[in-house]
Design a binder for this molecule. Structure first.
Ligand SMILES: [Zn+2]
Length: 433
């Protein structure tokens, strides 16, 4: 896998590295990158590589319909990092757990042994088949970990997620088109941890939004052209109420996340104005927001008002919300989709008790069909998966039915109807009042 990625970079860019990277090991490669010993191909070439569909990948053929994939939190640090080929120093600075391997033991105690080290694509399991079957045009994840060897941890936080940079191929294995970084873990290992995260993603050809080396970079949209359909613009934001410290906000001369200090009408107008200035006719615009707490189904009125404000501005087509550890309500407002909480997708929480009534082991996949000319929601498929032994597997029929009931209950106030159908739960545009 690693060799083939390197070979593809070298072949497609024609850039010769100073050393024969074919015989280099992963760790050496990353160290060389960090030390500036390798020439990196230009961003465009890397992006092209990242977006190149895998063999057999069937992207949506129908040009009138854009199919987007969204997942909630992807946390490949801590316990997950420990089962990957290049685990970080397992030391933790949490109140109760001081060794990341403890999270592996908890998961194994719950569901059986994990074959360590796992292959880079192991964690995605059943999701790989679903991506193949549904063939989304673009894939988005909320990447909720720092990718770094930094040992500086953010003192006022109780939980710190980090993944070793040499484990980045586990992210590339999912081929996300954009990783959302505006969240409450990307700076867990300080500003240097953030910078190494950005460098590691960039070196792997992965695009990201919502964090950067300064405010301009953090706030900038990522433009993703889908040939024959539309250009998709995606913006990443984190709300103050998702546990993002004030000091993490990017400024003109300091790296950080694109933090919203408040979800007011004024902020919605400011965000919409910035989007309007960048958006071209025909663009489809996604606003990703890490907002709210981890548990609970109720949607704070401020979130609803903010999402409505963005859609009322006429420049936003999808509000992609996350932070909750479980799926939350879905709304179709003025024909546009609002996901209030996409839930968790990959975590190391397996075997940790306390919130079983939310069934937090469920990992919903959101396949969103939009009219490619107007951005209106045509259909949403939610495919429920579940984590077992740190790998996504198909959810049980009982869990799928339970999720369908919970989503209907929590979405009732938005008049959204979710129906069970085949391997997914379906929201039909016609079922939306
Ligand atoms: Zn979070």
């Amino acid at each position: 896998m690693w060799r083939s990625v390197i070979t593809r970079i070298v072949k497609s860019t024609g850039l010769a590295p100073r050393r024969d990277i074919d015989i280099m090991q992963r760790r050496e490669f990353l160290l060389a990158l960090r030390d500036g010993m390798l020439l990196l191909p230009p961003t465009g070439a890397l992006s092209a590589l990242a977006q190149e569909p895998a063999a057999g990948d069937s992207r949506m053929e129908d040009r009138s319909r854009l199919r987007l994939f969204f997942a909630g939190d992807v946390m490949t640090g801590r316990g997950i990092d420990q089962v990957l080929p290049y685990p970080s120093d397992p030391v933790l600075f949490e109140n109760f757990v001081r060794d990341a391997r403890e999270y592996v033991r908890l998961a194994e105690r719950a569901n059986g042994p994990i074959p360590k080290p796992v292959a880079y694509d192991y964690i995605w399991g059943a999701a790989l088949d679903k991506w193949q079957a549904y063939g989304p045009d673009l894939k988005f994840i909320n990447l909720e970990t720092s990718i770094t060897t930094s040992d500086y941890y953010w003192r006022s936080k109780g939980i710190h997620y980090r993944m070793h940079p040499a484990n980045v191929p586990c992210i590339t294995a999912a081929q996300p088109d954009c990783c959302m970084l505006a969240n409450n873990h990307v700076l867990d290992w300080g500003y240097s941890g953030l910078m190494e995260t950005l460098t590691s993603l960039h070196a792997a050809g992965l695009r990201f939004a919502g964090a950067g080396a300064n405010l301009d970079e953090a706030a900038r949209a990522v433009r993703l052209p889908v040939p024959g359909k539309a250009d998709v613009l995606v913006y990443g934001f984190a709300d103050a109420h998702s546990g993002v410290p004030k000091q993490w906000a990017a400024t003109n001369n300091r790296g950080g996340v694109n933090r919203l200090h408040e979800l007011s009408d004024r902020t919605a107008k400011r965000v919409a104005a910035a989007i309007a200035a960048e958006r071209r006719d025909g663009d489809i615009v996604i606003v990703s927001i890490h907002w709210g707490g981890n548990w609970g189904y109720s949607v704070p009125p401020a979130q609803r008002r903010f999402a409505h404000g963005l859609i009322d501005s006429g420049v936003v087509d999808v509000v992609y919300g996350h932070s909750s550890h479980h799926a939350k309500a879905i709304e179709c407002y003025e024909g546009k989709l609002i996901i209030y909480g996409a839930g968790d997708f990959i975590t190391d929480y397996e075997g940790i008790g306390g919130h079983e009534h939310y069934r937090p082991w469920l990992s919903p996949m959101y396949f969103v069909d939009l009219a490619s000319d107007t951005g209106r929601l045509e259909r949403l498929h939610i495919v429920p998966l579940q984590l077992r032994r740190f790998q996504l597997t198909t959810a049980t029929a009982a869990d799928s039915q339970w999720l369908c009931e919970r989503l209907n209950e929590s979405s009732r106030e938005f008049d959204t109807v979710i129906e069970a159908g085949g391997d997914s739960l379906v929201v039909n545009a016609c079922a939306i009042a």
